[in-house]
Design a protein around this ligand. Sequence first.
Ligand code: DX5
Ligand code: ZN
Length: 268
Amino acid sequence: MASYQWPLSSSPKPEVLSNFESVFAGSSTLNLELNKVMLDIKSPPPHPLVAASILSADFGRIAEDCRDILDKGADLLHVDVMDGHFVPNLTMGVDMCQALRKHFPDTYLDVHLMVEHPDQFVDMFAKAGANLFAFHVEAAKPMQDTSVDADRLIDRIHQLGMHAGMVVNPPTDVQAIEPWLDRLELVLIMSVNPGRSGQQFIPEVLDKARWVKDRIKPSTRLEMDGGINSQTAIAAVESGVDILVSASALFGAADRVEVIRQLHHIGS
Ligand code: DX5
Ligand code: ZN
């Protein structure tokens, strides 16, 4: 695989994969290749990472399109799960994640849950091979009158061997996520209102990125999602973002290699 990975560990069982061993114990349906190196999101990356949001991939040839984007340098795949309630749109779910894991055993799968009840899907996504389970603060207590308890959900995500991510929408005050900052492997700042790809970047969210960056541990990644292209990504990276999610600007590019190269080189 040509995509950039770091660090080049000599360990035969990277942390993420060894965690999956327990999740997949007894499973014969998924054949993980334990000797390959999985992206280690807990190490600060030497340059911004590119998360290819498969929402803009060609759904008629999804594996080929994902292979193409990874071969051209994308670092991880971002999987947008929408339930038609938390956001009006319906997209993909557990089966897509499982299929991606089967075809890309060594690729980090970043699953972004835009659903009302993320807690109902956490075990399923772990079993399907997700590496990161990111849920919205707007779907949990106390912002929502719901049974979704963020502390319990983070506990469960970690028990299942996944990384925990919390997501904040543009209209939401970023301080809403403060109680959980120490427990997260990733914070995702939405730079569009979630629901579809191809929307315009909202620059006002850059202040939130700076606020988060000042408060997270070096092992916690800061991701931005929505309207990211090689222009808007410059301000995002300057504000502390180290994982850039891109759907339309990446899958729709005439020259995908060049777009990924530009994103990787921001700040250097
Ligand atoms: C929006 C999704 C994004 C979306 C990004 O609800 O969470 O991941 O696919 O699309 P672009 O990069 O086209 O704005
Ligand atoms: Zn997303």
